[in-house]
Design a protein around this ligand. Structure first.
Ligand code: FNR
Length: 188
């Protein structure tokens, strides 16, 4: 079997996003077992059903990338105890059938969820909402382990970059290994 392809969907559009840094760290931890590609969806427009078919080029592009993936790993910030509007808009697009004969691309895809926060929640409330949504869309969700890192400002280096402490690092490493196994067990 070749290397697995996992797509990282980061719910923050912020240029120095800690969630993007977390995704990059997760990609390193996957090692030789899987390649992690970050999905750039910054050009995906707000969904307006008036302009759904034919889909805009940016939507076609992200659909093709998601379709080609063996698994999707969400890195979700918590905005007002929910996941971000940018992520909801992307998932709304991905939830729609490509055409009358071609179903939506998230169906049956293995999914993992992680996040962090400056406060105590570690984004877990947002993650629960996200899991509800992607379950409705028939993704195969790995419910455990999930990673929710609180107090992230205590895990930043002098340059303001994410620098996970050993406890967080171990949780992320455990999740990376578990997700590879989960995907392998769900390969058709
Ligand atoms: C937040 N933040 C936040 N944090 C939290 O723990 N619970 C919350 O409900 C909220 N609400 C919230 C709303 C809005 C509109 C913003 C912009 C931020 C802080 C948020 O968790 C933090 O910005 C992200 O975790 C940072 O992630 P990135 O952008 O560095 O990936």
């Amino acid at each position: 079997m070749g290397k697995l392809k996992i797509i990282a969907i980061v719910g923050s559009l912020r240029s120095n996003s800690f969630h993007r840094q977390l995704a990059i760290e997760a990609g390193r931890l996957l090692g030789d077992s899987a390649e992690l590609e970050l999905l750039d969806f910054s050009d995906v427009p707000l969904l307006n059903p008036d302009f759904e078919y034919p889909a805009p080029d940016a939507v076609k592009r992200v659909r093709d990338i998601v379709k080609s993936a063996n698994g999707i790993w969400f890195f979700s910030p918590e905005y007002n105890h929910f996941f971000s509007g940018a992520l909801k808009n992307l998932i709304d697009w991905l939830s729609r059938p490509i055409s009358e004969s071609k179903p939506q691309v998230l169906r049956n895809k293995p999914a993992a969820v992680s996040g962090l926060s400056p406060g105590m929640s570690g984004s877990v409330v947002a993650q629960d909402h996200l899991v509800s949504l992607i379950s409705v869309l028939n993704m195969k969700v790995m419910n455990q382990p999930r990673v929710a890192i609180p107090n992230v400002m205590q895990q930043i280096d002098t340059n303001g970059r994410l620098s996970l402490n050993p406890i967080s690092f171990n949780f992320l490493e455990t999740q990376a290994k578990a997700f590879v196994t989960f995907i392998q067990n769900n390969l058709k």
